[in-house]
Write a protein that binds this ligand. Structure first.
Ligand SMILES: Nc1ncnc2c1ncn2[C@@H]1O[C@H](COP(=O)(O)OP(=O)(O)OP(=O)(O)O)[C@@H](O)[C@H]1O
Ligand SMILES: [Mg+2]
Length: 306
């Protein structure tokens, strides 16, 4: 994937408060990129900067095909809660947005129908905004973003305030949009949200970038569980060699004197893994359930801000 946005040394102050500290990262085209961090960590500030709404104190952002610190016409964003007129039909309101976006008159009707269909609210086209559920309102906000057919969508906390079904709906919509080849950059303070929908994540804490990570969902969802395994007085390569021959181990890697291994549900549980290894003459000195690294980094980010 080629880089669609390159951020280099971005900093931002609000008076004495440093909201962003020297952030550098690259967002691959076609990714669903999550900015994850607790309240006040700088997510909205960063999105506002890359959208050209707020100016950085220093550093640059560069969209593919654009000059540094310039916005891109391929990018469309939903930064705040969708704001619509309460009593007006939603199709009429989308039509107004289409006018503002400069969509030619002959294309407007079709575009409005398309985005209503894409976001799954076509049957509500004739209804006033105030009659929509929160999830439908959020979908409508995204429909407005889609009018200009952007290749990049920037969404700030798209599931905030939604009930569980609304959250699932938006998550599915984001997946659909990504499957169409669009890049999606979204901010959330919920780890679960990011893990379920994103391909990449960056963790922010008090304006600092703690870590970036690619989320390998496929191997994780196939994994029944992940264990951290250790041996006393023996090289851990013994565990690695043994596990590589076991049908229920999916991924085995060595880290800092331990082995972190992912197992399919067929491995059943940790004691079964222990039993299987002991049958091979390998007696573990340490065995513990391993947290995914995104989770442990995020928990650390949250803990330290308390
Ligand atoms: N316009 C502003 N003036 C002064 N301080 C601000 C302004 N906007 C944001 N801040 C401060 O900058 C820091 C980062 O805020 P930001 O809104 O970017 O965080 P966030 O990660 O989006 O938080 P949330 O999860 O609550 O949306 C916070 O301490 C916030 O109070
Ligand atoms: Mg925010």
């Amino acid at each position: 994937m080629s880089t669609i946005l390159k951020i280099s040394g971005l900093s931002k102050n609000y008076g004495a408060l440093q909201a962003l500290k020297d952030i550098s990262l690259e967002i691959p085209g076609g990714s669903v990129y999550g900015l994850l961090g607790p309240n006040g960590s700088g997510k909205t500030t960063m999105l506002s900067i890359i959208l050209g709404v707020t100016k950085p104190r220093s550093g640059t952002y560069q969209w593919k095909g654009a000059s540094p610190n310039e916005s891109s016409s391929h990018v469309s964003a939903l930064l705040e809660k969708p704001n619509f007129l309460p009593k007006t039909r939603i199709s009429d309101q989308l039509n107004m947005i289409a006018i503002l976006r400069g969509i030619p008159p002959e294309e407007r009707k079709l575009r409005v129908e398309e985005v209503l269909k894409q976001t799954g609210i076509a049957e509500a086209a004739g209804r006033p905004f105030r009659s929509l559920s929160l999830g439908m309102k959020q979908r409508l906000g995204i429909a407005g973003v889609l009018l200009s057919n952007p290749s990049v969508l920037v969404l700030d906390e798209p599931t905030n305030g939604l009930d569980p079904q609304g959250i699932i709906d938006i998550r599915n919509l984001i997946r659909d949009l990504a499957a169409q080849g669009r890049t999606i950059i979204l901010a959330s303070h919920m780890l679960d949200e990011i893990e379920k929908v994103c391909t990449h994540a960056a963790i922010l804490k008090k304006g600092e970038l703690i870590k970036t990570e690619e989320i390998r969902r496929e191997s994780r969802s196939k994994a029944g569980f992940v264990l951290k395994l250790g041996l006393e007085n023996q090289p851990v390569s013994h565990i690695i060699d043994a596990l590589k021959s076991w049908e229920h181990s999916i991924e085995v890697e060595q880290t800092e004197g331990f082995v972190v291994a992912a197992f399919s549900p067929g491995a059943e549980n940790a004691s079964n893994v222990n039993r299987w290894l002991s049958e091979k003459g390998i007696y573990l000195s340490e065995i513990q359930l391993h947290r995914a690294s995104l989770e442990s980094s995020f928990l650390k980010a949250v803990e330290d801000t308390k």
